[in-house]
Design a protein around this ligand. Structure first.
Ligand code: ZN
Length: 342
């Protein structure tokens, strides 16, 4: 023991001598004067502005938050998508330079994606087994939403399989508490977000504050007891807000940073004055047909492609909000210190 301590000290002493020999002359280490520091800061900012302009960054632009329900071989309602359709939905996003972030990251303004890319939020409602089914080894069943997400991500390095699952008491078809815990813990351990979708999936419109708080609070409590986390976002059943929209955000047992609706437009950036945390719009994943001719994913992705000035484009720096100067009046005041107009 004593020997080990001694030899440890010996290494330390040798290291001190080595750094002593290698160190630069003291003069090189003099701190910058105030003027030098300011000049450095200015040059750094100028470089950031140039980089933001080069990729036409627009961090006050719109973000598609896409919504899926079941992923099943034979779609029965317009909410269902087949595995092939879902795969095609994701491949299109990859092709058009969208990179997934979670709903929690959106509402926190933590949009950490490469320069020139566009954020997209992938959300799954109702916690059905078609989204996540695991075998006894914790391996994901083929053709579930999670399996397809991971397949597509594996094919495209840099494209992370991030998504948000809005959970009700259905809990991916599991009724045994331990099995429910397994599903939620698996999602958490694999970087997926677990959100609140109320306990019984009731329409909250017109209900009393007490009923609203009970529907949201009880499932929140279940999630936290099973997976040791408190959801930070909620998706409202049928996209309907309670009498006071703030009830979805704050109750005795919960505090959400964002409440998501069910339709029908891309979402404003969290840095924009158009953003409302209590009602963030989503877009159903579906081709341009019937009710979806204008307001579902194919239509909106076509529109964002045709109108790139409307779309959120990242400057690659999570600590700034970069945008063309022209858009300045739309910046939310609380983000002034992050702002990087060009
Ligand atoms: Zn739902």
């Amino acid at each position: 023991m004593r020997l080990r301590i001694l030899s440890g000290l010996g290494v330390l002493a040798a290291a001190a001598i080595l750094t002593g020999c290698d160190s630069e002359p003291e003069t090189a280490k003099l701190p910058d004067t105030k003027a030098q520091a300011a000049a450095k800061l200015k040059a750094g900012k100028a470089a950031k502005v140039k980089a933001a302009a080069a990729v036409r960054a627009n961090e006050l632009g719109q973000i598609p938050v896409l919504m899926w329900h079941r992923i099943v071989p034979k779609p029965q309602t317009t909410d269902d998508r087949s595995p092939a359709q879902f795969r095609a939905d994701l491949e299109r996003l990859v092709r058009e330079d969208y990179v997934p972030i979670t709903a929690a990251e959106l509402v926190a303004g933590k949009i950490d994606i490469p320069a020139g890319k566009h954020p997209v939020v992938l959300t799954f409602d109702d916690s059905s087994p078609s989204q996540l089914t695991l075998n006894e080894m914790g391996e994901v069943q083929k053709d579930t939403a999670v399996a397809i997400l991971r397949e597509v991500a594996a094919k495209h390095p840099g494209w992370k399989p991030k998504a948000t699952f809005y959970v009700t008491r259905d809990m991916f078809g599991k009724t045994v508490r331990e099995e429910q815990a397994q599903a939620l813990l698996w999602l958490k351990d694999n970087g997926f977000e677990i959100g609140n979708h109320t306990r019984d999936h009731l329409n909250l419109r017109g209900r009393s504050k007490q009923e609203v708080e009970e529907q949201i609070g009880t499932i929140g409590k279940t999630i936290s007891s099973l997976a040791y986390l408190n959801p930070t976002t909620i998706a409202l059943p049928y996209g309907n807000q309670p009498t006071k929209k703030e009830w979805a955000l704050k109750g005795k047992q919960y505090h959400h940073q964002g409440a998501f609706l069910a339709g029908y437009t891309p979402a404003p950036a969290p840095f924009s004055k158009s953003y409302d945390a209590a009602g963030i719009p989503r877009i159903k994943a579906m081709e341009k047909k019937g009710d979806c001719a204008q307001f579902c994913s194919e239509a909106w992705l076509d529109w964002l492609k045709k109108n790139p000035d409307m779309r959120y484009t990242s400057d690659g720096d999570v600590s700034t909000v970069a945008y063309p100067k022209y858009k300045a009046p739309y910046l939310r005041k609380s983000f002034t210190t992050w702002s990087l107009p060009y």
